[in-house]
Design a protein around this ligand. Structure first.
Ligand code: HEC
Ligand code: HEC
Ligand code: HEC
Ligand code: HEC
Ligand code: HEC
Length: 415
């Protein structure tokens, strides 16, 4: 047969085969497991559309969310390393535990938990963690459950949000739900985390936040962590009141509103006393103690002649946990007991006193008090693992402290 006579139909068939081979190629290589994976991921993403789908029309919201910690809830080296430690522990039998908050759609696909684990472990998951659909398909939060549980609406292409006058669009129906302006929406992930039996039902993260002045004056989590601004809610629509989706917390301007330091220095001959009043302005615990190594540290630094440090001391705010074997542990999932709780309670003022020998051979000295979020701590093999998992190695941000507020003064040594 002559090549020239081959019909367009045949060329079409060859093209179709080539496409099939391209599509099947990866599947044939990795066998049935890979094929199943692709299908399960697409089933999951039919129910929970990926954030890239929303980005098409909600560019501003997407860009904000993309810079927030929420967009990396299953990506961080610390998460991967602690997920591994968890899965290798007795508590790890409940394989979905971490994902119930870090990628909450696992709640609707409990059989697919291995897919979530594999993707998180691989380090560059294409599955979303806490993304648009994971919040905006929540129809109800059941606060009778401990911790409160989200109920999703998945079948009807309805998106829930804060507006009663949302402009119609081709992608989804919009329904106003008061829940989106209430703390309840956030509590199902932020109120408490599971711990081993003995600690009570769960490890409480926020403390009596609902008794705080802020809560009593009507402030919700969103008031501070999704501050109101004016902008386009959807691309090209009229400007209106919108909510900031960068979720300021440890990162962002909100940190400047976390605490005030009042420092008094008294020189009495050979002895000097520095009193630091740490006033928390946060209406919940500071820090929130998940992961369990999360601490805030007050550092005092006294610099004498030639600015050399002559005295340092610190106070640590956080929780120390014990495991079932009676050892201290940095992992809340194995905690059976709280050994020490120095967390700053909602809006608490704590007074710390430091006494040291008055610096010698100098007319003045510097007093520096700094409040920081401390870097990650834990057993050496765990920290090495975090370092190995990070593309930045020991330069990964978890190994750095984050300054909250600093106070410095120069004090005269009176004769
Ligand atoms: C589905 C679970 C879930 C819900 C619902 C949720 N969060 Fe979170 N949130 C997380 C997780 C997980 C992280 C940590 C992400 C990371 O760094 O890996 C986080 C991080 C944050 C942070 C950053 C904290 C820091 O240390 O800087 C803020 C702020 C925050 N969330 C506020 C909110 C607010 C406000 C709401 C309610 C409108 C909310 N979250 C609802 C799971 C959730
Ligand atoms: C009840 C919800 C919930 C559960 C369950 C949960 N987390 Fe988290 N996780 C959060 C929230 C909320 C944050 C953000 C806390 C903050 O910044 O104050 C967070 C933050 C973290 C962080 C620090 C941020 C990061 O991504 O590096 C790590 C690590 C982490 N979680 C690991 C785990 C592991 C491992 C498990 C399972 C053993 C787990 N979490 C279970 C809600 C949860
Ligand atoms: C942690 C939960 C959470 C996540 C994740 C989240 N949102 Fe929101 N979103 C909210 C809440 C709560 C409000 C209402 C805040 C208010 O009015 O105080 C809101 C408001 C909105 C609004 C209306 C106001 C505005 O700012 O335009 C849109 C649109 C929206 N979200 C889209 C998205 C998209 C798109 C994503 C993903 C890129 C996303 N959201 C991720 C919780 C979330
Ligand atoms: C075809 C464009 C388009 C796509 C795609 C799209 N939206 Fe929207 N969405 C809109 C428009 C337009 C509005 C109305 C904005 C306004 O009223 O200013 C809106 C409003 C919203 C609101 C506010 C609803 C309310 O009643 O408060 C939320 C929340 C929201 N979208 C979430 C999402 C999420 C999540 C996705 C991805 C799963 C998504 N949208 C995909 C166009 C789109
Ligand atoms: C009056 C404002 C205000 C309200 C209301 C508020 N917060 Fe905060 N929150 C702060 C400030 C200030 C900080 C400390 C500085 C920082 O890290 O941004 C903070 C810190 C946080 C952090 C990170 C702290 C850490 O130790 O990792 C999380 C998570 C958080 N808040 C969640 C919530 C949740 C959930 C609610 C609702 C129950 C809430 N906040 C209500 C002001 C507020």
């Amino acid at each position: 047969m002559m090549v020239g006579k081959s019909s367009p139909v045949k060329i079409g068939q060859i093209a179709a085969l080539a496409v099939a081979a391209l599509l099947l190629g990866p599947w044939l290589d990795h066998g049935a497991v890979a094929q199943e994976t692709v299908l399960s991921q697409s089933t999951i993403e039919q129910a929970f559309p990926t954030s890239s789908k929303c980005k098409r029309c909600h560019e501003r919201v997407f860009e904000e969310w993309d810079t927030s910690p929420l967009s990396r809830s299953i990506h961080s080296p610390a998460f991967r390393a602690s997920l591994d430690t968890f899965l290798a522990s007795p508590a790890g039998k409940d394989k979905a535990q971490c994902f119930r908050c870090h990628a909450p759609h696992v709640r609707e696909f409990p059989d697919q938990v291995q897919l979530f684990i594999n993707q998180a472990k691989a380090g560059d998951p294409s599955l979303d963690g806490v993304a648009c659909a994971q919040c905006h398909l929540i129809k109800h939060v059941d606060r009778t459950k401990q911790p409160p549980e989200p109920k999703y609406e998945l079948e009807s292409k309805i998106v829930y949000g804060p507006y009663k006058d949302s402009i119609q669009n081709r992608a989804h129906q919009s329904i106003e739900l008061g829940l989106f302006q209430k703390s309840d929406l956030c509590l199902n992930c932020h109120q408490s985390v599971p711990s081993a039996v003995g600690l009570g039902k769960a490890n409480d993260l926020l403390g009596n936040w609902d008794q705080s002045k802020a809560a009593k004056s009507g402030k919700e989590c969103q008031t501070c962590h999704m501050p109101e601004q004016v902008g386009e809610s959807a691309n090209g629509e009229k400007k209106r009141r919108v909510a900031n989706h960068t979720f300021p917390g440890r990162i962002g301007k909100l940190r400047q509103e976390a605490a005030k330091l009042e420092v008094k220095t008294k020189v009495e001959g050979e002895k000097t006393t520095v009193t630091v009043k740490v006033q928390s302005l946060v209406p919940h615990n500071l820090p929130t103690t998940h992961p369990a190594w999360a601490t805030v540290v007050l550092d005092l630094d006294i610099k004498g002649k030639n600015l050399t440090t002559v005295f340092t001391d610190k106070r640590v705010y956080g929780r120390v946990y014990q495991d079932a074997k009676g050892q201290k542990t940095h992992f809340d999932y194995e905690a059976v007991k709280v050994l020490e709780d120095t967390v700053l309670k909602p809006e608490e003022a704590r007074v710390e006193t430091f006494t040291f020998p008055t610096p010698k051979d100098t007319k003045t000295f510097d007093v520096e008090a700094t409040l920081n979020y401390a870097p990650i701590t834990g057993p050496a093999p765990f920290l090495q693992r975090v370092e190995a998992e990070s593309s930045k190695g020991s330069q990964d941000p978890v190994f750095q402290s984050i300054e909250i507020v600093k106070y410095a003064e120069n004090v005269a040594v009176t004769k």
